[in-house]
Design a protein around this ligand. Structure first.
Ligand code: NDP
Length: 243
């Protein structure tokens, strides 16, 4: 149990890294407010966290809507009285070579992975500024540091998350902290969004060695658990012996 319980909002909490983070932070004593589109999963997860003695609530969230994100942050503030941390975790990864021209999937990655993070910042920053403190934990990827074939657009979205996060950090003078957590291959449902057959087959082999989602949850918990004067800016967490 942490000495400083916080109110932590997590987008994309219905599976994978978001779900593991919700469980880990709730176990640490933080109050978690969970968002995603699959509310059946959020309800089950919240029930399980409460059953284990934690504090959790949820609301349906589509991060591609700025209005929905504002309502999500407002609902968390109403539920718990403040917001300390927003984990911008929701993401999709429908990989494909550019020549496949899956323009709708490019748009979806931009909408969820980039606009979703911006919507989170737009909704939560005024609240954090008014409080005089707050913490954004933005989930990027090793794809924020290197580009590989089939991942041009996905990597572009994650480079963008890093760029936006670093800009936000540099502009933050009012006690607002910014952390970028970049996972390597991690067990989750992320690859299920791939429709291109070539990219899907390549990913099956690539993802054979994967971290458990709890490894990324642990990194997020580390950043969240630092004292107010410490800002963990970037963490990259890969499976051992992976480039
Ligand atoms: P999952 O597919 O398991 O989880 C993705 C989450 O995002 C789900 O909870 C999903 O919920 C949510 N989501 C997707 N679209 C939206 C939307 N429009 N609005 C709200 N929520 C949405 O994958 P991961 O746990 O792996 O992904 C979490 C983050 O980690 C992503 O940003 C991903 O890019 C990043 N990452 C993952 C890696 C990995 O190997 N797993 C490696 C590097 C980075 P729902 O469908 O219910 O809305």
């Amino acid at each position: 149990m942490t000495e400083q319980p916080k109110v932590v909002l997590i987008t994309g909490a219905s599976s994978g890294i978001g779900e593991a983070t919700a469980r880990r932070l709730a176990a640490d004593g933080h109050r978690v407010f969970l968002g995603a589109r699959r509310t059946d999963r959020l309800e089950k997860l919240s029930d399980e966290i409460r059953g284990d003695g934690g504090t959790a609530a949820f609301r349906r969230l589509d991060v591609t809507s700025a209005e929905d994100m504002r309502s999500f942050v407002a609902a968390a503030s109403a539920e718990f009285g403040r917001i300390d941390v927003l984990v911008n975790n929701a993401g999709v990864m429908p990989l494909s070579p550019l020549e496949s021209l899956l323009v709708d999937e490019w748009d979806r990655m931009l909408d969820v992975n980039v606009r979703g993070v911006l919507h989170g910042i737009a909704a939560a920053l005024p609240v954090m500024r008014a409080q005089g403190a707050g913490h954004f934990v933005n989930i990027a990827s090793i794809g924020a540091y290197e580009v590989v074939p089939t991942a041009a657009v996905y990597c572009a979205t994650k480079f963008a998350v890093r760029a936006i996060s670093d800009g936000l950090r540099q502009e933050s003078t009012g006690g607002v902290r910014v952390s970028v957590i970049s996972p390597g291959v991690t067990e989750s449902e992320l690859a299920d969004t791939i429709t291109d057959p070539t990219a899907r087959d390549a990913m099956t082999a690539y993802r054979a060695t994967a971290l458990p989602a709890t490894a990324i949850a642990d990194a997020i918990a580390y950043a969240v658990g630092q004292p107010p004067e410490v800002d963990v800016n970037e963490l990259v967490v890969r499976p051992v012996a992976r480039t």
